[in-house]
Design a protein around this ligand. Structure first.
Ligand code: KG4
Ligand code: ZN
Length: 336
């Protein structure tokens, strides 16, 4: 089954051609960082306009790279939410046009579920239950997965998402946008043990997270330093911040795996590109005997490949645009 997928929930225009729920034949991602960097964050109206300008080219490129045409597609998959309303509308409208023109049924996919299943659907033999950690720009969650589509959320952030904390710390440090990769680059030269930042809710028995206290601690630390802050000290602050995020995420994840008796752990979302977090997850899972399934970097951040592979599992829901309109849902809930 060939699936053409589109992902336009935020500021990446992406199209992919996937096959049978595990194979990604092409995964084209056009970043809009050049536009939004100037404003220090995503400007929704500009994001939607750029999606409109390039979505056709991105979809054509994905088809070309997969040596396929629209007529070879069996279903169309599109991100329905959560995301920016204008951005979601562009992806959905584009796919509706394709559905009308070629008579191909389409299905709406949850973006967060896409992040969750992205690492599992790529050729891996996975035995459920799996414990999934989602760490993106807007979400931080621990999910018990009994199968694709059978989830129980066992923890979530009570305030900022981990990616959001990275982005805010980058702004505080004057590093610019996108924040995560910039903090991470600076942190490479720093000492992660230079400053002991708070690990929100680590002592609590719940599997919830909190990153706003950490963010405020970084702010006060930056204010208390003599300015201009030397580069090495900045790197130490970045590395210590990263360490605090990784520590909280990894310890809670392993604790949850132990409590629920789950042997396989997976993680997805943009923050999983972070080298310190990946290494720490790998080391701890190895030490405690858990199998860890991590996505390759391209599948961590927003991409249509994760939408297309997941859509295979929801293929029975696909309908022609003429029979069923898919509504964009900016706050689409993750089905628990
Ligand atoms: O999953 P994603 O691409 O989009 C959302 O669904 O939100 O995640 C984006 C988030 C941003 O907050 C970005 O700063 C963060 O992922 N991120 C990183 C890294 N690369 C991206 N955070 C830490 N280290 C990175 N290397
Ligand atoms: Zn995302």
């Amino acid at each position: 089954m060939n699936i053409l997928a589109i992902e336009t929930s935020c500021d990446e225009t992406s199209a992919a051609v996937c096959r049978d729920g595990y194979e990604i034949l092409s995964n084209v991602i056009a970043s809009q960082d050049d536009i939004h960097a100037h404003y220090g964050g995503v400007v929704p109206e500009l994001a939607a306009r750029r999606h409109i300008e390039i979505i056709g080219q991105v979809a054509n490129k994905a088809l070309e790279q997969a040596s396929a045409g629209f007529e070879d597609m069996d279903i169309l998959a599109v991100t329905q939410g959560p995301g920016l309303i204008g951005s979601l509308i562009v992806g959905i409208s584009y796919m509706q046009g394709v559905s009308y023109r070629y008579g191909i049924p389409m299905v709406g996919i949850n973006h967060i579920e896409g992040h969750l299943t992205a690492p599992l659907l790529g050729n891996q033999q996975v035995c459920y239950p799996v414990l999934g950690l989602i760490v993106s720009g807007g979400h931080t969650m621990l999910v018990k997965m009994d199968d694709v589509g059978k989830y129980t959320v066992i923890g979530r952030t009570l305030d900022d998402a981990a990616g959001e904390a990275f982005d805010k710390v980058a702004t505080m440090m004057g590093l610019g946008y996108p924040g995560g990769p910039l903090v991470s680059k600076l942190a490479q030269k720093g000492d992660p043990n230079a400053i002991r930042f708070p690990r929100g809710l680590l002592r609590s028995q719940s599997f919830d997270f909190s990153f706003s206290g950490l963010k405020t601690a970084v702010l006060y630390k930056l204010k208390s330093e003599s300015h201009p802050i030397p580069e090495q000290r900045q790197a130490d602050i970045a590395a210590s911040f990263e360490e605090a995020v990784a520590d909280a995420l990894v310890k809670k994840t392993l604790r949850a795996a132990k409590q629920y008796g789950i042997k396989t752990i997976t993680a997805g979302g943009g923050v999983i590109r972070n080298a310190r977090l990946r290494t720490r997850l790998e080391k701890q899972c190895c030490k405690h005997g858990y199998r860890l399934v991590l996505p390759e970097p391209i599948l961590c951040t927003d991409n249509a490949g994760m939408i297309g592979t997941l859509a295979y599992y929801y293929r029975d829901r696909a309908m022609l645009a003429k029979d069923n309109a898919i509504d964009p849902i900016p706050s689409l809930k993750f089905v628990g």
